[in-house]
Design a protein around this ligand. Structure first.
Ligand code: PMT
Length: 222
């Protein structure tokens, strides 16, 4: 239901994977379904926030009352997110953005032969890092970390390096956590060194935990 804190907020959320084309029929991507980001968008809109959802390709219906921007590649997600960022009070980056893309995209389908095929990859732009450098003191920036080992260490490292306020770490080696599941297992770390671990919960419930953590963090700042 509506919440006075969220009613006054513009929230920018990213969700889903990106796809990086090799040729007209092939691409690199990952297992993100978009469920986590869409659940956050739906929950924030239900609380009365103005929500913009920048989504990579998913099979999900956009939640009611949410402005949706559909993108395919990491570059398109970068352009869309950086264009909207200055307007957002809270930005939540749950998308699984491709870290690498093919250096070359073929215009025609590449023919099969008996040779090995080595595809050369180059880094995509780190959207979250860019936002961290542009962030004003009034803006809250929340990242995600999908890790399979040393979860707390890598999450805290990302929090600091990318100048985030909060980071949501999912241990993707845990049962019922991370990509494509309907549940998640998260720990939320904030800039002040506080951390909160949650037992396995539905992504809908996890979205509530994340929004609640953002609200208490913001209220403690002021
Ligand atoms: O979509 P679901 O199936 O529901 O799964 C949810 C999820 C597992 C994808 C989600 O909970 C999650 O963890 N998202 C982040 C996955 C990820 O790519 O983590 P990362 O550690 O590689 O990236 C760290 C952060 O940097 C993320 O906030 C990511 O959005 C951001 N990033 C990464 C690369 C890049 N080029 N630009 C970015 O902004």
């Amino acid at each position: 239901e509506p919440d006075p804190f969220w009613k006054s907020k513009k929230v920018l959320i990213t969700a889903g994977p990106t796809r990086e084309a090799i040729d007209p029929v092939r691409y690199f991507s990952n297992h993100s379904s978009g469920k986590m980001g869409y659940a956050i968008a739906e929950a924030a809109a239900a609380k009365g926030a103005k929500v913009e959802l920048v989504s990579g390709p998913t099979n999900l219906e956009p939640p009611p009352g949410v402005v949706i921007k559909q993108v395919i590649t990491a570059e398109e997600m970068y352009d869309s997110v950086t264009a909207s960022f200055s307007e957002a009070d809270v930005t939540i980056k749950s998308a699984a953005v491709a870290d690498y893309r093919p250096v070359e995209t073929y215009n025609q389908k590449r023919k099969k032969n008996d040779e090995q095929w080595n595809v050369e990859l180059e880094s995509t732009k780190d959207i979250l890092k860019t936002l961290g450098t542009q962030k004003t003191t009034d803006q809250i920036l929340v990242g995600f970390a999908a890790e399979s080992e040393n979860v707390a260490y890598f999450a805290k490292d990302k929090l600091e390096r990318k100048n985030l306020d909060l980071i949501v770490a999912n241990d993707i080696s845990a049962d019922g956590a991370g990509f494509n599941h309907d549940t998640n297992v998260i720990t939320i770390f904030n800039k002040h060194g506080q951390e909160q671990a949650f037992p396995m919960a539905s992504k809908k419930q996890t979205a509530e935990h994340i929004l609640e953590a953002i609200k208490s963090y913001t209220e403690e700042q002021h």
